[in-house]
Design a protein around this ligand. Structure first.
Ligand SMILES: [Mg+2]
Ligand SMILES: [Zn+2]
Length: 211
């Protein structure tokens, strides 16, 4: 795994050029912002929503760096009847309040409520990006980055021509790592364990690029 800049020089050189124009950071939700449920289980309510350590602070740092922060999430559990789109909206509303307490905010939440092969908005398909573009007309993939913990996040970013960061999770998460993690790590520009690690690295490089 390439947690150190030295270990992944080619992608570092590539991303160095993009850093100056980075405007938007897309975040996957489950496994990035909050603790992912075991495979096949879903976060159905705020009571099950466990914010991961340091996430509020990391989002606040992205905000302060002037980056737009958008959440893109596959919520197939809606199609399975386990919870409703209104439940997801409520979770995002409460998350927004919790983040606000740390001076952080998400500029937009986008989610796919559909089952597999039913739509054009389930990642890795680009529909959620298109929805974001209609809300933020200047938004471009070339000045965007996605941070996700699934192969579908990395493929979403690569299909669109975004830079990609794969999160392999902390020890707790890696113990039940999902299929595709190995491939995701190979495809992604960089791999880190957690969002705070990825954001620290990203913003450090942003500062260097601006010197
Ligand atoms: Mg995820
Ligand atoms: Zn969809």
């Amino acid at each position: 795994m390439s947690n150190s800049p030295q270990a992944s020089l080619p992608s570092d050189l590539k991303s160095h050029n993009l850093d100056k124009s980075l405007r938007t950071v897309f975040l996957d939700r489950d496994g990035v912002i909050n603790r992912k449920m075991p495979e096949g289980q879903y976060v159905t309510s705020w009571q099950q929503f466990e914010l991961l350590p340091g996430v509020s602070e990391s989002i606040a740092q992205l905000n302060h760096a002037g980056l737009r922060v958008l959440v893109v999430s596959n919520q197939r559990g809606i199609a399975l009847g386990l919870y409703s789109a209104a439940d997801v909206d409520e979770i995002h509303q409460r998350l927004g309040l919790e983040l606000a307490a740390s001076g952080a905010h998400v500029d937009g939440f986008y989610f796919c409520p559909h089952d597999k092969n039913q739509c054009t908005c389930r990642k890795p398909l680009p529909g959620l990006f298109d929805q974001a573009v209609s809300d933020f007309p200047g938004l471009e993939a070339a000045s965007s980055l996605i941070i996700g913990d699934s192969l579908s996040d990395i493929e979403f970013g690569r299909n669109l021509g975004m830079r990609t960061i794969f999160l392999q999770g902390d020890e707790h998460a890696s113990r039940n790592q999902k299929p595709g993690a190995q491939k995701a790590s190979e495809l992604a520009d960089e791999t880190f364990s957690t969002l705070p690690q990825a954001v620290t690295h990203l913003l450090e490089r942003q500062r260097q690029a601006q010197v």
